[in-house]
Each structure stands twice: as C-alpha cells, then as structure tokens.
Design a binder for this molecule. Structure first.
Ligand code: ACO
Length: 442
C-alpha cells in the first residue's frame, strides 16, 4: 500500500523531510521544522483567501465543486429541497440526523416559542433612520441580543448552546421583518405561532389590517425551498467569519453578527441584489451581448456567475431556476427572467466563461423570485441570513467542541521596513517625496 506521507527536499539546505498525510492533507505546522538555521522561524504556507487551506475538520456539509454536488450531513440538496421543510433541515444540520416525528414536533415547538423579541429591541430598531439598510439593522440587532442574554457566554455548556441556537433560529425572521417594516414606517407585526416558519415570516412582512394573514401556499413552499438551499455551505466567507470570531470564545450573538456582516458584502450575500441591478441595467434581451463583452473585457463582472468552489452548475441555482415558473404563476412573471435566461444561454456557450468554469450560482435566480414576491432588493441578503443561521450555529457548535481548535490567528509575510529610528517632525523628508508611500498605505 502507498505510504501516506510527503517527502520534501529543501534545496536551500539539501535536507529531506517526511510529512504525514491525513485525509489528503498535510499540516502546515509540520512545515515549521524546515529551517535554514536554528534561528530561522521555519517554513510557512502562504495562502491569501484560504484557497487551498482547510481551517477545520467538519461533518456538516459536503461540496464537490467540480461535480456540482451539495449535501447536508450526507443528504443530497435536491432531495431535501423536494421532501423536507426548512426547520427539519435545520434540525438535520444542527443535530446531524433527520428527526423522528416526536423530535421534529419538539424542535418546531422549541423554535416557535422563541419567535418573540424583547420589546426593547423594537425601540432599538426605531432608533435607525427610515432609510437604514435592513442588513445594517440586522447586524446591529443580532449583536445587541448578546446584551439581552448574558447567559449566552456559557459557550461550553451544551444546554446554553442549544438554547441560543433555538433563540437565534426563532428570532431571525422577526428581526428581519421588523427591519423591513421600519423602512416603510409600518407597525411591526408580531409573530403568529399558528403559522409555519415561512408562513409566519410572510405574515410579519406583509400583514396589513386583516385579522389573520393567510400566506399563499406556493410562496410559502418556495420560501421553504429557498431557506433549505441557503441553510449551510461549509467554509464560505461568513462561516469563516463566525468560526474566526467565535474562536475568541465570544458569545454566539456577537459571532453571528460578524457572520451577518460578512454576508452583507456584494461578493457574498449581496450578490443577488447586484444581479437584479445588473439585469435592470441591461434593460432588454438585445443588450445582453454588450454586457457579456464588458464582462470578458474585465470591466464589469457578471453578477451571479462564478463561485470559488463550484466549477460546475451550482446545484442550488438549478433548483431555483426550475422553481421560478411556479412562483411566477402565483405572482405574475418577472420580466427580468428573459434577460437572465438569455444571459445564461450566451455565457454558457462563450469560451471565456466555459474555460474559466463560470456558471450561474445560487444568487443568479434567487433575486428574481424574491422580487416577484414583493421583497425589496435591500432585503435580499437578509433573506440569505435568516436560514443561514442554522448553518452558522452548527458550525459554531462544531468549533466550540473541537479540541484541536484555538483562537484563529494567521501568520503574515512581513514585507515592511526594517527597524528605523524615530525622526523629529522638523527633520522629516519634504511632503512630495513621501506622497507615494503615504498614499500607497491607505
Ligand atoms: N464575471 C466575469 N468574470 C469572472 C467572474 C464573473 N462573475 N467571476 C470570475 N471571473 C473571472 C475572473 O476575472 C478571473 O479571470 P482571469 O483568470 O482571466 O483573471 C477568473 O474568472 C477567476 O476569478 P476569481 O476572481 O479568481 O475567482 P474567485 O474564486 O476568487 O471568485 C467569486 C469567486 C467572488 C464568486 C467571483 O466569481 C465573483 O466575483 N462572482 C460575481 C459575484 C457573485 O456572484 N458572488 C456570489 C457568490 S455565491 C455566494 O456567495 C452565495
């Protein structure tokens, strides 16, 4: 049998080292023994943006980006999207197994009783300007929850971890809907615990004067599917953020706030908003070629295209694309869909996109569905954050229980000045000669 090890020869010294390989991986800490002299710090790995570095061992989500495979705890995303509900999938992600009926009922009950938020949270949201971005409000209100639940500091107590997980999954839709209602100056709608998780969310978003909001079953189910598809995605930017921040042993509300902040960025959860802006800017099917040309010239990226991990069609995008027509039957057709389909058709035939393996990602079609549901663009990343909290909490709990983990603290390659002596202000070089160095620093 082949030996599970890597032999390295350091050509600087001629010395040879043997590093163990486990799970197709070497430990970069093993490189540290490779030195040119006893004082040498030792060899490091350089990997900006972690493109080839595993930061943890995980049992939650499996992705094969080349084949376009996504599984939660071993279950294919396609099966979960077809047969499961969001809360059942959240149970699977958090606890590792699908629940039996009794456990599912208890889980749904335990989450549903946590949908209310403290009345002070409303006051807190009231403090934001009318045009505050809902994602900014979400980052802040989730962070603020840590002040309501100081018990959340007990991160090594399993009961506390379970409670915070239920609270966060229960409260996220409420915080999200409150942020939305605030931007419209509408009264907040309290949770209706008789409704499903997604039905209640639609009620908190859209209920007006009716006694009871009746969610459209097609939209309620579509939202379940979208929530299932967004529940976890292994070590992406926001999950890396929660793991990194939580490694300081801070409470989970502060750590989730960091994850939501990461998700806010246009290259991550903000991409579906950018997709709609791009489709509106294109304006008609006739202009698609021009936009493709600009993308190929490196002037503007095709938003909703490309993925760090998927070098094949994102399996989530396939499911959403298929679902779009069902939603449009219920809501009316989103005219931007024709531009999107044409853009996809041309891009998938174009050598630039084919050779770089750029396919539509989850964000390419999700925004069109949200828009058809009357959810404004600013809420799109919020719609991503609501279901992702189950994934974040599962990843957080995995981190907290992992005895190999420590506070996250990468190394750097220092390329700055060597030691210098402090120069009194009157003796420093003239501003012109410093300008380049100073402007390069900010
Ligand atoms: N449009 C045009 N060209 C692209 C695009 C795009 N959307 N994405 C990547 N490329 C090109 C790059 O210019 C680069 O070309 P080059 O080799 O000639 O320089 C090549 O493809 C590789 O791109 P990278 O930026 O190295 O890929 P990376 O893995 O770092 O980026 C990312 C992945 C950020 C998702 C990128 O594809 C992108 O910006 N896409 C648009 C934004 C988007 O849709 N984000 C959502 C991601 S999914 C999610 O977060 C849920």
């Amino acid at each position: 049998m082949a030996k599970e090890s890597l032999t390295i020869t350091d050509n600087r010294t001629g010395k040879t080292y043997e590093l163990p390989i486990e799970h197709g991986t070497i430990r970069t800490a093993d490189l540290r023994q490779i030195k040119v002299s006893p004082e040498d710090f030792g060899l490091m790995g350089y990997d900006p943006a972690f493109t080839n570095t595993a930061s943890c061992k995980s049992r939650i989500t499996f992705i094969d980006g080349d084949k376009g495979i996504l599984r939660y705890r071993g279950y294919p995303i396609e099966e979960l999207a077809e047969k499961s509900t969001y809360l059942e999938t959240a149970y699977l992600i958090v606890k590792g197994e699908l629940p039996d009926k009794q456990h599912l009922d208890a889980w749904v009950h335990n989450i549903t009783i946590h949908t209310m938020v403290h009345e002070n949270v409303k006051k807190f949201i009231d403090g934001f300007r009318y045009d505050a971005h809902p994602m900014g409000m979400l980052v802040s209100t989730i962070g603020a929850l840590s002040t309501f639940y100081p018990d959340a500091n007990n991160i090594f107590d399993v009961e506390s971890r379970r409670l915070q997980t239920r609270r966060l999954i229960g409260k996220l839709p409420t915080l999200a809907a409150f942020a939305y209602r605030h931007t419209l100056g509408l009264p907040y709608v309290y949770p209706d615990n008789e409704l499903s998780y997604t039905g209640n969310f639609l009620s908190m978003m859209f209920r007006m004067t009716e006694q009871r909001y009746k969610p459209n079953p097609v939209l309620e189910r579509a939202l379940e599917v979208l929530f299932i598809l967004h529940a976890d995605h292994e070590q992406n930017c926001s999950t890396n953020a929660i793991r990194s921040v939580a490694s300081s042993q801070v409470d989970p509300y502060s750590a989730v706030a960091a994850a939501v902040a990461a998700l806010y960025g246009p290259l991550h959860g903000g991409a579906n908003e950018q997709v709609i802006r791009m489709l509106m800017e294109i304006g008609s099917v006739d202009n698609v070629h021009k936009r493709i040309k600009e993308a190929k010239a490196g002037e503007k990226r095709l938003m909703g295209f490309g993925h760090r991990v998927y070098k094949n069609y994102d399996p989530r995008a396939k499911i959403i694309k298929r679902m779009a027509d069902e939603v449009f039957d219920a809501t009316g057709r989103n005219p931007l869909i024709d531009i999107a389909r044409e853009l996809e058709r041309i891009a998938l035939e174009d050598e630039y996109f084919v050779s770089r393996k750029l396919y539509p990602n989850v964000d390419f079609y999700s925004g069109l569905i949200y828009q058809a549901m009357n959810i404004p663009m600013a809420m799109f990343p919020v719609m991503f954050a609501i279901p992702r909290v189950s994934g974040w909490m599962a990843q957080w709990a995995e981190l907290v229980r992992d005895t190999e983990q420590k506070i996250a603290r990468p190394r750097q390659i220092y390329l700055g000045e060597d030691v210098r002596q402090y120069v009194p202000i009157e003796s420093r070089p003239k501003p012109e000669s410093r300008e380049d160095a100073v402007s390069a620093a900010i």
